[in-house]
Design a protein around this ligand. Structure first.
Ligand SMILES: Nc1ncnc2c1ncn2[C@@H]1O[C@H](COP(=O)(O)OP(=O)(O)OP(=O)(O)O)[C@@H](O)[C@H]1O
Ligand SMILES: [Mg+2]
Length: 247
């Protein structure tokens, strides 16, 4: 379980008349066994936040620290598209992000491929897999480096509803079993309510507008009345913010 502290985080892109404020003085701390969803309308800074948390981008000002037991935490990132290297086999895509190619590492990669039910697909090439399978490889790859914290940017939004539902369940099981911290960007409020124990609502201009504890027991099904009520509550928050429609 990682501890994430975000202190007066501010991010701008461009200069002068082209200046865009992507994140506006964001302050928060994430600790414990957190599954945090980040929701908000398009352009409110969700991906920017994730990119800064994972070190892909740097803030204009402010600070982010991510620690695990007092040392810098290791992070994994699952992108919206799987971003596999098409000329490498599934196993080679997994090995590509590892520190070494030892037998133990290979076994670990195989273990995580099995976790997403692709244990027999190591020798296949990405082009031979469906989109959902590729996304699962992306998830296995992120887990295979055994990060303390996992950043996921709309990982299921391009998948069909049934695959997305299966993967949500798998992700949730992994989260529950491994005790990892997950920060999960989605524009799907139902998905956020189903998966997370905390929902951060961002508003246009990159402002953290609400921070909601979701105390409902897991597993949750969107058909459950309490889950539906919670979803309606988060939607109401959006309406109050005057945010654009979200799905
Ligand atoms: N590299 C960049 N250069 C210039 N502007 C950028 C860049 N990246 C993001 N922005 C701007 O910053 C703002 C926040 O973008 P961001 O991608 O974080 O939004 P988002 O909440 O992830 O949106 P979406 O839901 O559409 O993915 C937007 O106005 C966007 O145009
Ligand atoms: Mg985004």
């Amino acid at each position: 379980m990682a501890d994430i502290t975000i202190d007066h985080l501010h991010k701008e892109f461009g200069l002068g008349a082209d200046k865009v404020v992507a994140l506006e003085d964001v302050n928060l701390s994430i600790g414990g066994h957190a599954f945090v969803s980040v929701v908000g309308p398009s352009g409110c800074g969700k991906s920017t936040l994730l990119n800064i948390l994972s070190g892909i981008d740097v803030p204009t000002s402010g600070r982010v620290t991510i620690t695990q037991d007092g040392r810098p935490a290791r992070a994994g990132y699952v992108f919206q598209a799987a971003r596999l290297l098409p000329w490498r086999s599934v196993m080679d895509n997994m090995l590509f992000v590892q520190k070494d190619r030892s037998e133990a590492t290979r076994k670990r990669c195989q273990h995580y491929l099995e976790m997403v039910q692709l244990g027999d697909k190591g020798s296949k090439y990405p082009g031979e897999l469906s989109g959902g399978m590729q996304q699962r490889v992306g998830i296995a790859r992120a887990f295979s480096t055994e990060p303390d914290v996992l950043f996921m940017d709309e990982p299921f939004s391009h998948l069909d509803a049934i695959t997305a539902r299966t993967l949500r369940k798998e992700l949730h099981t992994i989260w529950a079993d491994t005790g990892k911290t997950v920060v999960f960007v989605t524009h799907d409020v139902g998905e956020a309510v189903e998966l997370s124990n905390r929902i951060l609502v961002f508003a246009k201009g990159g402002r953290l507008a609400d921070d909601i504890d979701v105390k409902l027991p897991f597993p949750r099904d969107v058909a459950d009345s309490e889950v539906a009520l919670m979803k309606a509550d988060v939607f109401k928050t959006f309406e109050n913010l005057g945010a654009m429609a979200v799905t």
